[in-house]
Write a protein that binds this ligand. Structure first.
Ligand SMILES: O=C(O)CCC(=O)C(=O)O
Length: 334
């Protein structure tokens, strides 16, 4: 694990530091050359990037299930028939809900393997908790067993159907204890142009209950306007990211939850259950009531291919080491 993963100091807030780092990470950014051209973004692939620049570009269509005619399109979709009847129903509810759950998707043995793998990686110091002391980032890079989970065809076929594009696993986050993360949309962390081209998969690596900080979410909240840097006062300047930008973002989310009177739901999971959510669904981790408890889980964030991927909160382009080399590909939906 690199120094930067544990580091929380001021250097993190200077945009120039990231620009320098981007130059060193050329290989993980080079796919953006073609993408910036495709979307008519006229700037260096090393420069900061944010929605305030991207919203000035020519408008782009949203993912097909975010379009107003999504329900109609799903009704007549032949490709939907590849999925079991029950799953078809859940996908049909996606445009309204912005989430779906797959009970018992992974078996006991598969989950045990993931847990053993994480224990081993922690023991051998190949991975560690990052500066939050709760998150183990990118463990999949060190483990074939974890990679196999990310690329499970029965899973990626659902994600690709929902987004209408090939998906690229960008990051994994493993938790041993509940995250207690306040409500947020992943689109403040992992953002795309066009918006909505990210999808998250949460896997229960053990049961969750009231005591160990279960996942919570706000059904339908993905349909609200995206909360991006221009929608709250984050204290950003031309050269720096505001010191309290994420706190200010969380406060803005709380305000929206209140104003919109959103109804909170909790996902009480059984080991092996999967919860998939939309790029803009508000969600988080409930308070951990029993401090001794564990809540092992793994989140996988997938970006769609052939869109610009970046981090709105820190205004950095996303460094992607496993970007597929193939040509621009859009899966045609019937
Ligand atoms: O697992 C949790 O408690 C929350 C995870 C989360 O919010 C995320 O990965 O975006």
């Amino acid at each position: 694990m690199g120094f930067i993963d544990k580091y929380t100091g001021k250097l993190r807030t200077y945009k120039a530091v990231y620009t320098l780092n981007n130059i060193l990470q050329y290989k993980k950014l080079k796919h953006n050359k073609a993408l910036y051209k495709k979307y008519k973004l006229d700037q260096s692939i090393y420069s900061p990037i944010s929605s305030s620049i991207l919203k000035q570009l020519p408008p782009q269509p949203s993912p097909w299930l975010d379009a107003p005619d999504a329900a109609q399109k799903l009704k007549v979709s032949q490709q939907l028939e590849q999925f079991a009847q029950e799953l078809q129903g859940k996908i049909k509810a996606w445009p309204d809900n912005g989430f779906l759950s797959l009970e018992g998707f992974f078996g006991e043995e598969e989950v045990d393997k993931v847990n053993t793998e994480i224990d081993k990686l922690l023991e051998s110091h190949k991975v560690d908790f990052n500066y939050t002391n709760k998150k183990i980032m990118f463990a999949f890079r060190h483990s074939e067993a974890l990679k196999a989970i990310l690329y499970t065809p029965a899973l990626t076929s659902i994600l690709e159907f929902i987004l209408g594009r090939q998906v690229i696993p960008f990051q994994t986050i493993n938790f041993i204890k509940g995250s207690e993360q306040l409500a947020h949309s992943d689109s403040i962390h992992m953002t795309t142009h066009p918006l909505g081209n990210l999808i998250a998969v949460w896997i229960a690596l053990e049961d969750t209950d009231k005591s160990n900080g279960p996942l919570f979410y706000y059904p339908g909240s993905h349909k609200l306007p995206y909360i991006l840097n221009d929608n709250f006062e984050g204290g950003n300047t031309k050269y720096r990211i505001g010191d309290f930008v994420y706190k200010k973002y969380e406060e803005k989310v709380q305000q929206v939850v209140k104003e919109e009177q959103l109804q909170k739901k909790t996902f009480y999971a059984k080991k092996g259950d999967v919860f998939i959510w939309h790029a803009n669904l508000l969600h988080g981790g409930s308070p951990v009531l029993n401090p001794e408890s564990t809540r092992k889980s793994m989140v996988i964030h997938y970006y769609a291919k052939d869109v610009i991927c970046y981090h709105e909160i820190t205004q950095r382009p996303a460094l992607i080491s496993n970007y597929p080399i193939s040509e621009v590909q859009v899966i045609e939906m019937d």
